[in-house]
Structures are given as C-alpha cells and as structure tokens.
Design a protein around this ligand. Structure first.
Ligand code: PLP
Length: 281
C-alpha cells in the first residue's frame, strides 16, 4: 500500500510519474526529508519532525518549507490510508528542477508500509557493528557546509554502511568518530542504559537530533530515570546495562550483540523503555 499527497492536500497515483528527471533531489541528492511513524491514524512527534525538516532545509539554504502544507499533505495520506495499522510517512522537500528561474522546490508526502525486517527487529533485537565515519566530533561546528546533522536525501552512504554490516554478519551499524566516540546509526540514534540513567551523544558531534530519543528521554524521566546527553565511547556501550537504537519507525530496538560480543540481556530494560516511550504517545 502506498499513498501520495501534495501540499495542497490533493492525492495522486503513487505508481505514476510525478517528478522531472532534472529534479536536483534526484540529480544531486539536494534535498531533505523526514520519516514519521503514524500509528492508528495518529502521527507521532509531528511537530518535532516538521521543525527538523525546517532546520535541515535551512542548513541547505533551501527556501523555508511550507509546514502547514506538509501537515495538510500528511493528513491527506493518513485519511486515505487503507493498509496496515502503522504508516511510515515520508515528507520530501528538494531544490526542485535544475535551472528553474522560480527556484520552486519539489514537495510531497508519501505513506508506505513499515518494513517487515524493522518490525522483526523491534521484538528480536539486532546485532550491530561499529564502522568509522571518518571525522572528529568537533568538525560539524567548524564545517557547516558538510551538512552533518541535516537529514538530506543523500542516504547512499548510510545504505552502503548497512550493506557492509550485512557482509560482516550484522544487521545494523553504529558510526564512530576519529576519536572512537559514538556518533549514530545510519538511520537511528544510539541510547545507552546504565545504572538507571539513559545516555545519548549530543547532536553537536555532527549527528541528527532524534525525535524518538527525545520522546523516550521525556517518558523515561517521568518514570524515574535520569537522562544525560554527553559523549560516549564504544567501551561505554560494552560496559553498560543495555544499548538501544531509536528511530521513528524502529521505535526502541535492542542491540543484543556489538562487534561480535554478546551484550548483557537487556530484554527487561527494553520492555520498560518501550513502555516509557509509548507513554508519550
Ligand atoms: N539519525 C539518522 C541518521 C537517521 O536517519 C534517523 C532517522 O531516520 C535518526 C537518527 C533517528 O531519528 P528519529 O528518531 O527522529 O526518527
């Protein structure tokens, strides 16, 4: 099942062609996007996703996106959806057609089914390898043109990293900086649980501020956890009580194995954190 809508709220055939071949989103990966989880017709963390879309667009010097239009398109997708109970809802915003004198961006919302593999990982957990990302934690602030921390449509590297994980017999990746500190997954935020405190690295190290991690921390604080945003090392991950990857579609997924080392069983913690996250819905 797929549903496509434009910013005026109109629906269109998702299997027909709508983009021009000279769209800069296609030619150069010059655009931004969001993926939002819709559960039982209700989008989760809609405002933080819209705010992050605007923030990413600003980092690329794109015109400010029409957030009301995106909210309208999102609602049109939700209203027309006749698939499963959850929707992976994508908001896409590119620089538009190469050489267009008006510089009109391309913008649409599209609803997709949640991938089977992601659903399985939510319950079974994942095996993860660390892969180098090749920059230091201070680079993002020094070199904003690298767009570290913007959610651009250039995800080819992120997907390549996941294929590398598969070659190494794992299902997911945690990127590390040149000082070996923890960054993020190719499509997720890293969360460590240790002694009733949740940790995640700060977005200033050149990673995306995660909407799911933020909602989880909010819920966990209400449930009595402490939360800390601070740099983490791979060694920290190996010596905690549990490591989790969070993202809108995977929610809170448990890491059971890191670089071939089995981590302590965090199934009970996982249940607790999922409950804390769901309490924020
Ligand atoms: N980091 C990256 C690179 C991502 O692509 C994503 C989501 O796809 C996340 C983190 C998690 O963000 P969120 O929880 O807002 O989905």
């Amino acid at each position: 099942m797929r549903v496509l809508a434009f910013l005026d709220g109109s629906l269109a055939d998702p299997e027909a062609a709508h983009l021009r071949v000279d769209d800069l989103g296609l030619l150069r990966g010059d655009g931004v996007f969001e993926t939002i989880l819709v559960a039982v017709k209700k989008p989760r963390e809609m405002r933080p996703h819209l705010d992050r879309l605007a923030r990413s667009a600003a980092m690329l010097d794109l015109p400010a996106p029409d957030l009301d239009g995106f909210a309208r398109a999102a609602q049109a997708v939700v209203d027309a959806w006749q698939g499963g109970p959850e929707i992976a809802l994508k908001l896409v915003y590119t620089r538009g057609v190469d050489g267009d004198p008006e510089g009109k961006p391309t913008a649409f919302a599209m609803g997709l089914e949640v991938d089977e593999k992601v659903l399985r990982a939510r319950t079974e957990g994942v095996s993860v390898v660390t892969l180098e990302r090749g920059f230091g934690p201070e680079l993002a602030e020094r070199a904003p043109w690298l767009l570290l921390g913007a959610k651009t449509v250039s995800y080819a590297m992120n997907m390549a990293a996941l294929r590398e994980a598969a070659r190494r017999g794992a299902q997911d990746v945690i990127f590390t900086a040149t000082d070996d500190s923890v960054l993020e997954g190719p499509t997720s935020t890293v969360v460590l649980a240790k002694e009733r405190t949740l940790y995640t690295p700060p977005s200033t190290v050149g990673i995306l501020p995660g909407t799911t991690q933020y909602a989880l921390f909010r819920g966990a604080e209400k449930a009595g956890w402490s939360v800390k945003v601070e740099p983490l090392s791979v060694d920290d991950l190996l010596h905690g009580d549990g490591v989790f990857l969070t993202s809108s579609v995977r929610k809170v997924t448990r890491v059971h194995t890191l670089n071939g080392t089995e981590l302590p069983d965090s199934s009970a913690l996982h249940e607790e954190l999922v409950a804390a996250y769901e309490s924020e819905y």
